[in-house]
Design a protein around this ligand. Structure first.
Ligand SMILES: C[S@@+](CC[C@H](N)C(=O)[O-])C[C@H]1O[C@@H](n2cnc3c(N)ncnc32)[C@H](O)[C@@H]1O
Length: 697
């Protein structure tokens, strides 16, 4: 979010529209009160009356839920319509035209700043088949009319009948298919109060048992049946009590386009002004990062004694400001890149642009940590001694500068000679430009070597005490640090030190409709079989800490150590004869405490630089201000449902031949019954044999 204005809409109900039907007046009033839009019911009660006359036999039956639809006119003894009404109904089904007085909006210029609620009496999931089909027809009519007016979003009434959720979803899909641009949002309550009550524990308490997931399960069923349509979103209704954190967290990975907050979801503070509960504030703060529209309803009802109708929007603007002010530098830096899929860099294959280096160099943490690690390594050298340092993959030189700063700080007569190795010919021009300045130092000298660290040759007396590199990718090893450093070990003296000395890759199962949608709608199946670098936002890590089995939520895959503790068979140039020793495999079991849909794997890394200096993107202990690495995302090409208390086995391989490195991955899902593991689902093997993605050596 960071700086982007959160859209807030005020709901104008039918009574307000009846007292002033001019939509633009309401829009302008809303703008004056610091709203960005209004929401309103799309159709009027007059349309409901006509539709019910056509499609429902009589009011009593509607109320009892026993209504019959007129489409069976003449075929059933339940039909109570006269021939004339039946005929009008058939004409409506054929033509689907509103009377002007049946809709609240009729002009294009009124529609720019409105979000419309579809008729709330539509029963797409009615137990009555006829009502369902006629509701679908009425919905398609609303969709067609909304598209005609260029309205961008229609919010659909919440499904009410779990048994017929497939009917609801099919109608929504039909409505989506009937238009090309209109977005549909399904209104879903954030919780089911009956379900919360059944658990017998106040949901606010952390010892809440069970997994109150019924409203999310309904949403999951609908969007899955609608094939994750990117035009289908969620309008989350906070009119119900918030569920416990485990269930609330689940909504964070869903495509929430609107959050509906009725005035009665606010509580009065000591002075009677409306405020949100602590847990609700936390939830909203997280949610508004993805900029859904907040829809405030019932603001005119006078529910709170102070502040009047504008107090609600003022309060939310205040929350927005607090949230912007507290954004970390990473959030500010990554604003606009959140949940954005980027192909991982291949700095070995490609020559990076100066602007890319410039972005790296903005990191306030990484270079400081390297400098600190180099300083500690130099302190371990004798005073009044010369230390030879190789900075391999020097880029535009920030690690060279860091080493010079470090030796100045280490003092006591310590001196360094730096060999800056870089294979990017363009970056070498920048490095040349810095040589004079560096060589002005009395205690440091710098030489520039253009070439590939795996190939350049060095006499024994030129070998280095310390080798500094930053070839780490988002998963640690995915920019080929292991392979490059294998070759660079020839530049290091026996018992020399590498910074970093080792690094570890971590993985966790992840849910994110946003990322899954992006991958699946790129239009090519291969996109679901390659890793991406992503600054995660609308994601939910599905695994939990399992104390019984001592399983962690985020687990370690593998590590690389430099210099390696093993001796390799070398070729004539002093490089390992094959890259076989750099293959890795991880088979990890994760516990899934709360149901969710698996859309992929989230990857992180940790690197030990020297002494007590570490770099980390691990979600439980990452450096909040570090900008250089976003996590990596390995997609799964189909959403895999994980029930509450299930287990997911993740299989991940780092494979190699002498030309390339690639990852393959798959998952299997198990539930436990009578101490046995029963397999219920699995994915395909992704990127088999580097079919879709490879990292060139
Ligand atoms: C991630 S950048 C880091 C640049 C710089 N050290 C920094 O931290 O800003 C990695 C650098 O290593 C260079 N590089 C990658 N593989 C190399 C190799 N085998 N030999 C020499 N340079 C290499 C790339 O061209 C790139 O400049």
């Amino acid at each position: 979010m960071t700086g982007n204005r959160v859209p807030i809409a005020n709901h104008i109900d039918q009574d307000l529209l009846d007292s002033n039907p001019t939509i633009l007046d309401h829009v302008n009033d809303a703008f004056d009160l610091d709203y960005d839009a209004i929401t309103l019911p799309f159709t009027k009660p007059t349309w409901k009356t006509r539709w019910q006359r056509y499609c429902v036999s009589n009011e009593n039956d509607v109320n009892k839920g026993r209504a019959r639809a007129s489409y069976i006119a003449g075929k059933s003894e339940n039909v109570v319509q006269d021939r004339q009404t039946a005929k009008e109904a058939e004409v409506w089904r054929l033509t689907r035209v509103y009377d002007k007085n049946e809709v609240n909006v009729s002009k294009l210029d009124e529609c720019e700043s409105i979000i419309a609620f579809a008729s709330d009496w539509l029963e797409l999931d009615s137990p009555d088949e006829g009502i369902r089909f006629d509701s679908e027809m009425a919905l398609k009519q609303e969709v067609a009319y909304a598209s005609y007016l260029s309205i961008h979003t229609l919010i659909l009434p919440a499904p009410k009948n779990r048994k017929h959720v497939a009917d609801y979803a099919r109608s929504v899909m039909a409505a989506l298919d009937s238009t090309s641009y209109l977005q549909l949002s399904v209104m879903i309550p954030v919780s089911d109060p009956a379900e919360l009550e059944q658990s017998g524990v106040s949901p606010a308490l952390s010892e809440f048992k069970g997994d109150p997931s019924s409203t999310w399960e309904v949403w999951d069923a609908i969007r899955t049946l609608c094939d994750y349509s990117p035009r289908l979103g969620l309008a989350l209704d906070l009119g119900q009590p918030l569920p416990p954190p485990c269930a609330l967290k689940r909504w964070s990975s869903e495509p929430t386009r609107q959050i509906i907050i009725p005035a009665n979801a606010f509580v009065g503070n000591a002075k009677g002004y409306p405020v949100l509960s602590k847990s609700c504030q936390e939830f909203i703060k997280e949610q508004i990062k993805t900029l859904p529209t907040i829809v405030l309803t019932e603001t005119y009802e006078g529910i709170h004694k102070s502040g009047g109708s504008k107090a609600y929007v003022q309060y939310l603007r205040y929350m927005e400001k607090l949230s912007n002010d507290s954004a970390t530098s990473v959030e500010q830096f990554a604003s606009g890149y959140m949940d954005w899929l980027q192909a991982p860099l291949q700095p070995l294959l490609d020559n990076l642009d100066s602007s890319t280096y410039e972005i790296f160099e903005k990191d306030p943490i990484k270079y400081q940590k390297y400098e600190q690690a180099t300083y500690l390594a130099l302190l371990d050298k004798e005073p009044n001694s010369l230390t030879r340092i190789a900075v391999v993959g020097a880029g535009r030189g920030p690690l060279v500068q860091g080493a010079i700063n470090a030796v100045e700080a280490a003092a006591e007569g310590r001196r360094i000679h730096i060999m800056a190795v870089e294979k990017n010919p363009n970056a070498c021009v920048t490095l040349q430009g810095r040589m004079d300045e560096w060589n002005e130092s009395k205690i440091a000298s710098v030489e520039l070597v253009f070439g590939d660290m795996r190939i350049i040759e060095l006499e024994d007396e030129q070998k280095n005490d310390i080798l500094i590199s930053e070839l780490l990718g988002s998963f640690g090893d995915n920019e080929l640090s292991p392979e490059c450093l294998d070759g660079a070990m020839r530049l290091l003296k026996p018992y020399g030190v590498s910074i970093p000395s080792y690094y570890t890759s971590y993985i966790a199962p992840l849910s994110s409709t946003k990322l899954y949608n992006e991958v699946m709608h790129m239009g090519d199946a291969k996109n679901a079989e390659m890793p991406y670098v992503v600054m995660f936002q609308a994601v939910n890590i599905l695994s939990g800490m399992d104390k019984e089995s001592n399983r962690k939520a985020v687990q370690q895959c593998w590590s690389y150590k430099h210099p390696s503790k093993y001796e390799f068979v070398m070729d004539r140039n002093g490089n390992p004869m094959t890259n076989y020793h750099n293959t890795r495999a991880a088979h990890l079991t994760f516990t899934i405490p709360y149901a969710g849909v698996l859309h992929g794997l989230a990857g992180y890394f940790e690197a030990h630089l020297y002494g007590n200096v570490w770099l980390s993107t691990h979600p439980e202990r990452y450096d909040k201000e570090m900008l250089s690495w976003f996590p990596i995302y390995f997609p799964i090409n189909t959403g895999v449902y994980l029930p509450t208390n299930s287990e997911v086995d993740v299989h991940l391989w780092r494979l190699t031949d002498n030309k390339k490195v690639w990852f393959e991955w798959s998952v299997e899902v198990f539930v436990k019954a009578d101490e046995k593991r029963i397999k219920i689902n699995q994915s395909k093997l992704h990127n088999h044999d580097a079919k879709y993605n490879r990292i060139e050596l």
